[in-house]
Design a protein around this ligand. Structure first.
Ligand SMILES: Cc1cc2nc3c(=O)[nH]c(=O)nc-3n(C[C@H](O)[C@H](O)[C@H](O)COP(=O)(O)OP(=O)(O)OC[C@H]3O[C@@H](n4cnc5c(N)ncnc54)[C@H](O)[C@@H]3O)c2cc1C
Length: 257
């Protein structure tokens, strides 16, 4: 991982159980097994076919496999996982927001927050390719842009205050204008929530050699943590090291369920 990328699961779907008044006091022993997200997905699928109690019903374990095989992916849209992520670049988040379907994002505002002391989330390829001397050149450039940011912000704020703009608005407008000088690798943080269906699709698109290495690295970490939460819908992936040596690629026989 780049030096300060941090990913943590902070929430996921809790399944409260199948209401007894709808399906009886006890379900067949081999159903309703596994993680909370998977049990909800199972409930959604079985509701479609009234299949908790059919004579030839599938056990939970084979049920999940069956959902993937037939591509009945909509049932996986009910369960979500939320990740708190920090230390990634705004370049990366610009790619992440393209995955709009089945996801939610709340990201640090560079209009509201002061970025004058913010760090840079260096791309993982730079970390592999650069020598020590190159890093000191980059540090110098970053210091200059931070200084320019502060000067621009102050000038804009003074101008707006003189025009009678309210102080809080003036600050936000000034930061909005000055942030243009900052590198797109500016470090940022967000909460990213995805339902299991969307999560699988993002993993398939971003954990591959064609994807940018930074988002590949992030999604690799997301994958490992999500698999702990809902193994039933993430353990069909095989992973192989990426060609550039950064992170890994995922493949599955069940793409885009
Ligand atoms: C390696 C790589 C390179 C890329 N390069 C570029 C690039 O150069 N420039 C660029 O702009 N983007 C680029 N992208 C982004 C890409 O075009 C998609 O916007 C992004 O990957 C999100 O995927 P998605 O469209 O499947 O969206 P999601 O939000 O993940 O949508 C999920 C699915 O919902 C359906 N869907 C979503 N929106 C619509 C819609 N409006 N109408 C009908 N169906 C819809 C589609 O089936 C879609 O696959 C790249 C992505 C990758 C992985």
């Amino acid at each position: 991982m780049p030096h300060n990328m941090v990913v943590r699961v902070v929430a996921y779907t809790q399944f409260l159980g199948v209401p007894p008044e709808m399906y009886g006091e006890t379900l067949p022993d081999d159903t309703d097994h596994g993680s909370d997200p998977a049990r909800l997905i199972e409930c959604a699928g079985r509701e479609c076919y009234d299949s908790y109690r059919t004579e030839k019903h599938r056990a939970s374990e084979t049920y999940h496999q069956h959902i993937k095989e037939v591509g009945h992916g909509s049932v996986t849209g009910h369960a979500t996982i939320s990740f708190l992520i920090s230390g990634i670049s705004r370049n990366l988040t610009h790619e992440l927001v393209r995955h709009g379907i089945g996801t939610a994002i709340s990201q640090r505002s560079s209009r509201y927050c002061d970025e004058s002391q913010s760090t840079i989330a260096w791309h993982p390829l730079l970390e592999k390719a650069l020598e020590e001397a190159d890093w000191s050149m980059l540090d110098g450039l970053v210091n200059s842009t931070q200084l320019a940011y502060q000067v621009l912000m102050q000038r804009c704020q003074d101008y707006l205050l003189k025009r009678g703009v309210k102080p809080l608005d003036a600050k936000k407008q000034a930061r909005g204008a000055a942030r243009g000088i900052l590198p797109t690798a500016l470090s940022t943080g967000l909460i990213w929530t995805a339902n299991i269906r969307a999560l699988r699709h993002v993993l398939e698109q971003r954990c591959c050699d064609a994807a940018d290495a930074e988002i590949r690295l992030l999604m690799g970490e997301v994958y490992l943590q999500a698999k702990e939460v809902c193994p039933e819908y993430l353990d069909d992936y095989e992973y192989t090291p990426a060609a550039d040596g950064i992170g890994f690629c995922l493949s599955t026989p069940f793409r885009k369920i």
